[in-house]
Structures are given as C-alpha cells and as structure tokens.
Design a protein around this ligand. Structure first.
Ligand code: MV4
Length: 660
C-alpha cells in the first residue's frame, strides 16, 4: 500500500479521506490556504503545507503548487476529494507526468464525461438508455428549433459543458424556443466558456437516482446499488438516501448493470457515479457521470458496510476488487442530510461568521457525522457553504428517519445561521415520511417549510433575562474588585426591592421582561400579565439550571454581545438584547441605500451613477460561496453613486450603491 499521500482538498472530505488513510497506516500530507491554517484537516494531518491566500484560485486550485509539494515531500499519490481539481483532466495528466498517482479515473475518462454531448454519444453507442434528443455539432437556431419540434415539447436545452442547472432552460412551446436558446447560450458562455447546447425531451417530475460504481485496473467493475438524491433545492442536494424508494430488485439490477456497462464503455477506474433520471413509468435515462468520490458516498457505505475511500486507495495502488457482484448485499436504509451555512429565512443566502457553540449527537454504528469544522471555527465566504453531513442508518427507512430526528435534536451549531431547523421540518413532513419525494418536493412544500413552530416563548425569555442578570457585563458599571460588593451586578440593593426591565427581540417581535431581585438566587419575572417565580441552581459559561414556578429547567445559553441563543428542549432560539433607548426607537427602513446581504465578491455592476432604474431591475451581481446572487432595485429611481466595482470584496451590510 502507499506509504505517503497528499490530500488536495479541505473541510469534511479532506478529514474523511485522512481518517481511512491513517487507519491504513498511510502518512497524510494536507495542504491549506492562509485562512485554513487552524482548520481540522490541517490538525489531523501528519504534515501540512501552505498553498497560498484564501481564494481557491490562489490555493486549492493551484495544481502546480500542489504537485510541487507532493514531489518535494515524497507523496506517491494525490487524492483530490470532490470539487476543486477532482474532475480536472489537465491536473490528472500533470500528476501522471510528475509520476504521481492521481487517485481517480484516467484523464481520458474525465474528459469523455466532461462534455454532455460527448457522454451521450458514448452512452448511446454502448446502448445505455438516454433521453431522446439532439446532441450534435449543428448549433444553428433554425436547425435546433426543427430538432426541438421533432423531439416534441416540452424540451430541455442544456449547456454541453454544463452542470448544476446552469445554462439549462425548459421550453414548453415552439414560440419561446429561440429566446430560451439565446439565453441558455449566453449563460453557458459566461459560466463554462462554451456556448454549445444540446436538446432533450423533458422528463416530467423525474427522480434523481444514481448508481455508485467501482472499477479496478483489471477490467472488473461492480455497482454498489443506488442513491436517491431527489431532494434538492436549486440543484443543490439536501437529503440523499439509499436504497431508492420503491426501487424493485429487478429495476435495481437493471440500472446497476447499465451503470457497469457505462463505466466499462469508457474504461473507467476507481469510484464513479452514473446519474439517471427515473420517470414515473419506471423508465430511466442516463443523465451524466461524475468521475469522483461524491459528497453523498457515506449512504452507500452505510448500506454496504464498505469503506469507499479504502477501495479507492487499493484500486489506485493496483489491487483488484476483492468482491464479485453477487457478494454484495444491501443492508437496511441510510439517509444523509447536509448542514449548510445559510439563512433559510432569507432566500437561503450563504451565511458566514464564527461558531460559538458546537454539539454533535452521540455517534454510534447508526449515527455518523462527517465534518471539517470544530468549535470556534469561522465560516468564510471563500468556499462551499456545507459545514457537515449527518448520516444515519436503520433496519428500515422509518427507523432511519427516527434516528435522524433524534440526532438532529442533539446537533447544534450556534453562531452561524444554518439549515438545521429547515431539515427538521423537512423530515417531519408527512409526504417525506411516506416517501412521496421527487425533484420538485421542496418547491411543492415551500409553505409548510416556512412555518415556524408555535411555542411558548416565555421560558426562553426568562432564561435570557437571567443570563443578563447573572453575567457581569462589560458595559455595566461595576467594581473591578471581585471581592467588592459593587462587583456583583445581580441586582442586589440594600433595603429596596430592586427591579430592572430588560428588552429582547425574537423573530421581529419585541418583549419586555421585568426582573425583581429577591435574593442572590431567587427572582420574580414578569412578562406581560404572567408572573414567574425563579430559583437559580447553577450557572456556567454556557448553561443555566433554574426552577421556573417549581419546574426544573436546564438550558444552554450562548451570548455574543447583543446576540443570545437559548437551546431549550433541543430547540434553538435566537434572540437579541435591546438597549432600553433602542427599544422605543424601532429601527426604520433605510431608503435610498442598498447593502450587501452577505459577505462576498462583486461579480458585475449593471448600472452607473445617473442611470434611471425600474423596480426589480438587476443592479449588481454578487458571488459568495460559489453561488451568484443578484441585487435588484427595490423601487424605481436614479442611481446616485456606485461604491464598488466588479472584483471587489464586500462585507455583509456594506453599502453597495445609493439612489434617489
Ligand atoms: C433533466 C430534467 C428533465 N428532463 N433532463 C438538472 C440538473 C442537470 N444535471 C440535469 N437536470 C435535469 N435534467 C431532462 N431531459 C430535469 C432535471 C432537473 C433535476 C434533475 C435531478 C435533480 C433535480 C432536478 C431539478 C430540476 C431539474
């Protein structure tokens, strides 16, 4: 086996690869960017070397630097993980030239699958079912319109070099075709530097079923069953599971055999995934092949009991597959959910910030966390917003959902907005539990997913008030001498019953809590017309145990300046403290200003000073965490000044432009 390898990635996947490699006795070299110098993948590694500044283009995408480090420090092979250089044929070739094994397929296989039309050509020849369509070289608009009519509407225009839904347009009617074509070509050119497109018959309400394949260097290939990745939001996967719902054994074997045929057709080596669209008639069509280890590989590991990274390493080292297809048995059901740093209340914009508190569920053979973060880490806008994956296993799908529900309750990432609560709501939906999922599920359940739980907020307000009363704060006058009676700021006053009124904001509502001090541990709290008798038993930095009207409560409570998070009964509540003066002076909307909704980079500025704009005109395009966001005019007006240009980086809340 290899003695030393380099992992050309970061975050959870770099850690995941190292966990197996180190268990196999392999010395692991990590690489990192300046902002990752304290990251978990660097701490886990046996040695680590700096690549460059935070932007991927100066660090994790620098193939030459990575190969130079591999050579200098004696790595025999490079594992690229997913993303970054994992499907870059030039990088795989450069590794080969440098006499380093690229842990993945050949450059030729990567290239063949990189172009959708090329891939379809190969798959059609290999008799892999493909959606009817046109994937030739003729890109003339009139010709393509004729082809679209032959296919029959609705058709889907796809960018030949595309991915992630970019450069993709559904067309329902011949009249809309040319405009959609022009727009798809523009997007394809700007996103992939290639404006070619192909046409396909649109498959209605499809499911995304993908087959994991493994092929060695000795002409053996196996399929490791399917994953159902139908739960996506704007082409970003959220939940993946295996096996696929309602996939019969005969369909499983048919799709599996087809996937092996597809892999063999391109002389595939290593771990790969064949994506299929499955329609409601049980027909499946080749969509694309991913020539890498995928984010969702753990669900396959859970249902097969295999370690796919170990397989990748053995295959890359030249060992033959140790199993025959009939040796593989599907065991139980696995589900993965992805935890993204994002604001689910604000159009799922990527979120950044520091983690102030982190707790993982208890891990066991049925509950697994793959993560690259640890407490006190910061989430930046430079990389993918996925922070962690939670993977569960059960004998049945319902047992797995039950495990997932329990695990999510115990999982808290405080400080950075994330989709944990959204996932909880998602897996509680009746249609999810019943397995009625397809690629439109999230849109179809948007309203139910927006609803917030109707809980009694008063115990949370009590905890928040106690936190303020019991924590000496920087901006409260008190003695610096801890033995002085004036050091305490728990409200103690000689003679008089002391009262303070504290103000909080929770989900845009203001609340006032009046605290009456009775003794060092006993308080009376008043919220509107309700009165609570409180006895405090224990206060640590991030927890509080108190009796509320004679019922014992234990909460986690995390404070960061004005921000307070209370974890009560496994539910997270985010509150803000409000200074009394502010409480009466409710923030007013700022007119004539537009601010950055998140930190990131300016991609394009579509207006200049003096321009007249209409409501909803696109003014500025920003990018953060690999995703683009357009900033639209909130009303008609004239642009007074633009403060940034394309390429600039901005902080959250930065004023982008002023208009009248
Ligand atoms: C399709 C399709 C319907 N018909 N192709 C989306 C991403 C890209 N890789 C392919 N995609 C689709 N291709 C035909 N002929 C519907 C989708 C699609 C989709 C596919 C899988 C998962 C989620 C999706 C969401 C919207 C559209």
């Amino acid at each position: 086996m290899f003695k030393k390898i380099l992992i050309a990635n970061r975050g959870e996947i770099a850690c995941r690869i190292m966990r197996t490699a180190q268990k196999m006795g392999i010395h692991c070299i990590a690489v990192y960017s300046t902002i990752d110098d304290n990251a978990l993948h660097v701490q886990m590694a046996d040695e680590a070397h700096l690549l460059g500044d935070a932007p991927s283009i100066e660090s994790y995408l620098c193939g030459d630097k990575i190969i130079a480090i591999a050579k200098k420090y004696g790595a025999q092979a490079i594992h690229p993980g997913y993303g970054f250089l994992s499907e870059n044929a030039d990088f795989a070739t450069a590794c080969e030239k440098a006499n380093i094994i690229f842990i993945g397929p050949t450059p030729a296989a990567i290239l063949a699958m990189g172009s959708k039309s090329n891939a379809k050509e190969i798959m059609t020849k290999a008799k892999v079912p493909c959606t009817p369509g046109y994937h030739g070289d003729n890109q003339d608009a009139d010709f393509l319109l004729q082809e679209a009519k032959k296919i029959g509407f609705p058709v889907l225009i796809k960018a030949t070099m595309g991915g992630g839904g970019k450069g993709m347009r559904r067309v329902d009617d011949a009249k809309q075709f040319k405009e959609a074509l022009a727009s798809a070509q523009r997007e394809a050119l700007s996103s992939f530097g290639d404006k070619n497109v192909l046409l396909e018959k649109y498959v209605l309400n499809p499911r995304h079923i993908e087959i994991q394949v493994m092929a060695d260097n000795h002409n053996n290939a196996l399929y490791l069953f399917e994953r159902d990745c139908s739960l996506q939001r704007r082409h970003q996967k959220i939940i993946e599971e295996a096996p696929g719902l309602g996939i019969s054994d005969s369909l499983r074997h048919k799709m599996g055999d087809t996937a092996v045929t597809a892999a063999k057709a391109i002389g595939y080596k290593g771990a790969g995934t064949i994506e299929f669209l499955l329609d409601d008639q049980g027909q499946f069509y080749f969509m694309e092949m991913n020539t890498r280890l995928q984010v969702e590989h753990p669900v396959t590991e859970m249902i097969t009991g295999f370690d796919l990274v170990a397989w990748q390493l053995r295959i890359a080292y030249g060992e033959p597959l140790a199993y025959q297809q009939q040796d593989l048995k599907l065991q139980g059901h696995a589900i993965e959910v992805r935890l993204y740093a994002e604001d689910t209340q604000n159009d799922f914009l990527p979120a950044t910030g520091s983690i102030h508190y982190l707790s993982w569920p208890a891990l066991n053979k049925n509950v697994r966390i793959d993560s690259g973060i640890q407490g006190k880490d910061s989430i930046s806008s430079y990389y993918d917003p996925m922070m962690a994956k939670l993977i569960v296993h059960g004998d049945t799908r319902l047992a797995a959902i039950n495990e997932l529900e329990n695990a999510l309750k115990q999982l808290h990432i405080i400080g950075v907005k994330n989709n944990r609560g959204f996932l909880q709501k998602l897996i509680a939906l009746e249609d999810f539990v019943d397995g009625k999922i397809n690629t439109n599920f999230i849109e179809e359940h948007a309203i139910a997913l927006k609803m917030s739980a109707n809980t009694d907020i008063n115990p949370i307000l009590c905890a928040a008030a106690l936190q303020l009363v019991l924590t000496p704060s920087e901006n409260t006058l008190h003695s610096a001498d801890v033995f002085s009676p004036w050091y305490e700021n728990n409200g103690f006053r000689l003679q008089l019953p002391y009262q303070r009124c504290l103000h909080f904001k929770y989900e845009d509502e203001h609340y006032a809590v009046t605290v009456t001090y009775n003794s060092v541990s006993s308080y009376t709290l008043q919220i509107k017309d309700k009165t609570y008798a409180i006895n405090v038993y224990e206060k640590t930095e991030q927890s509080l145990r108190f009796a509320l009207n004679e019922s014992m409560q234990t909460v986690q409570i995390i404070q960061q300046l004005q921000q307070l998070w209370v974890i009560f009964d496994d539910i997270e509540y985010a509150l803000q403290t409000i200074e009394p003066l502010q409480a009466t002076n409710v923030e007013h909307e700022q007119h004539g200003h537009l601010t950055a909704p998140m930190p990131g980079a300016i991609v394009a500025v579509h207006v200049k000073a003096g321009d007249t704009v209409q409501k909803d005109d696109c003014l500025i395009v920003m990018e953060a965490m690999k995703m683009e966001h357009s900033i639209y005019a909130p009303q008609a007006g004239i642009v007074r000044e633009v403060f940034y240009a394309a390429g600039d980086r901005v902080d959250e809340g930065a004023e982008l432009l002023a208009f009248d």
